[in-house]
Design a protein around this ligand. Structure first.
Ligand code: PLP
Length: 467
């Protein structure tokens, strides 16, 4: 499979190169040149496979010929062996028509582990084959950093540097990053805000000398391989509840639109899915878009579901590319207009097409707390505030006959204050993290200065393994 840019001018790459590149040279995002399809019999067969083998089966046509199915299977087995539930991604019935797809049994208790644990192995595999090293650099406001660190810790040929704004992430989030004991993991607490951290990372990637010297690589949510890994659990969950004979609907807590777009990709590959509902909190740009075509920027407001406190849903560009008939020049023009005017121009026909498949739903903090309380009262289950926004979306829609699958994106113990506020119960950390507060931390503290951080990276990248 070759990958082309949504903006039409970057060179096409194979899966391995798209993995290492992340963003395309023209600022676009990589998508398959031609969508592969899974036959109904292939989809039915997923239900009979162990989870990791099913992931490899779904990803195989996307990764070929760079990486074969047998190698994918080995990597998926290693990646998902670290998950704490024997079903890896269990489906738990919530009511007569609704199931929770629990995506939080990975090492850092959020769905990002599904893609990133596999990416750790994919990076190591591709780099060792090429006898190359890479230096992963990213900024985090909390969740992504710990998932990336857990995925890359100890992997050969890779250093990972994660910047977080000093004093502005929760203690659990900080400790999930700083207590990982591996020589190739480098935490940096930066004396600045999260937005400043992101600007510093952008400046580091813009420094071509540094970029080539340490081979900078990114694993943020626009990386195609993350989408491919996530598409797999949509196909597997649908097969568990009746696909291909019966279609399902998905309700997805959404920030960057990466997770819900991965579901669209599964559908595009042939999986029987009726519709998607993108659940938002008060940062509701997607809700407004699906309601009336208004995709205009508004200030980010903090909410109880911080991983969805996002205004620019970067992966939406991949859907826009399809809505625009795969016209890269039109996408580039629309994205330029979005940057300059703060509003994405979408035609009525494009909006109408999007609305045949997608709807949005919006929960403010009050609704989120009420949903957590209602679920607890009805079932005894604790759900995290991100998951609650999607449960609220599912409850708001009348059952259509197809099973409704709500993506549970984080473990309740990741957001104990909100859960306790809603239910009166403080969720406990699972056993593998029970001693988190006793483990030693490793972290450098640096000023919010690009030069100082570049020097720090230069002096440490590549030292974990003797040359
Ligand atoms: C990252 C995250 C989201 C948002 O996912 P996107 O792919 O950005 O839409 C939702 N919930 C949790 C818990 C997350 O960590």
């Amino acid at each position: 499979m070759r990958y082309i840019s949504t903006r039409g001018t970057a060179p096409a790459l194979d899966f391995a190169d798209a993995l290492l590149a992340g963003l395309a040279d023209d600022g676009g995002l990589y998508v398959p040149e031609i969508w592969p399809t899974l036959a109904p019999a292939d989809i039915a067969a997923l239900d009979g496979l162990p989870f990791a083998d099913a992931v490899a089966r779904v990803m195989a046509p996307l990764a070929a010929p760079s990486i074969g199915e047998a190698a994918l299977r080995d990597m998926a087995r290693a990646a998902y062996a670290r998950f704490a539930h024997p079903a890896t991604a269990p489906l738990v019935q919530l009511d007569r028509h609704t199931w929770l797809l629990e995506l939080f049994h990975g090492p850092t208790l959020a769905f990002k582990d599904f893609a990133l644990q596999l990416l750790g192995h994919l990076f190591e595999h591709v780099l060792s084959r090429r006898r190359q090293r890479a230096t992963i650099v990213g900024a985090t406001s909390g969740d992504t950093g710990s998932a990336a660190i857990e995925a890359m810790a100890g992997r050969a040929g890779i250093d990972i540097f994660i910047l977080h704004p000093q004093g502005r992430v929760s203690e659990v989030q900080r400790r999930q990053m700083t207590t990982v004991d591996a020589a190739n993991v480098h935490n940096i607490a930066v004396e600045c805000t999260f937005d400043d951290c992101q600007d510093i990372v952008k400046a580091l990637f813009a420094d071509r000398v540094l970029r080539d010297e340490v081979r900078l690589a990114a694993i943020n949510s626009i990386n195609w391989a993350r989408i491919a890994a996530q598409a797999a659990y949509y196909a597997i969950a649908a097969a568990s509840l009746g696909a291909p004979a019966r279609a399902v609907s998905f309700f997805v807590p959404t920030g960057n639109f990466g997770n819900v777009y991965a579901g669209w990709a599964a559908r595009r590959m042939g999986v029987q899915i009726d519709r998607f509902v993108a659940a938002s909190n008060r940062n509701d740009i997607l809700f407004r878009f699906f309601a009336n075509g208004d995709m205009s920027l508004a200030p980010v407001v903090p909410s109880l579901s911080p991983s969805m406190d996002i205004q620019v849903s970067s992966n939406f560009e991949r859907l826009l590319f399809e809505l625009a008939g795969r016209d890269g020049a039109a996408v580039a023009a629309a994205m330029a207009a979005f940057r300059s005017d703060g509003t994405l121009p979408v035609t009525p026909a494009q909006l109408a097409e999007a609305r045949t498949l997608f709807a949005g739903h919006r929960s403010d903090d009050e609704d989120t707390l009420a949903t957590m309380a209602r679920v607890h009262a009805a079932t005894g289950m604790l759900v995290d505030p991100h998951t609650a926004t999607a449960i609220s979306a599912a409850a708001a829609l009348a059952p259509s006959g197809s099973p409704r699958i709500v993506l549970a994106t984080a473990h309740p113990a990741k957001f104990p204050d909100a859960v306790e506020r809603a239910t009166g119960v403080r969720p406990a950390l699972p056993p593998h993290l029970a001693d988190l507060f006793d483990r030693p931390e490793r972290c450098a503290t640096l000023p919010g200065d690009v030069g100082a951080i570049a020097a720090h990276i230069r002096s440490r990248a590549g030292r974990a393994v003797a040359a």
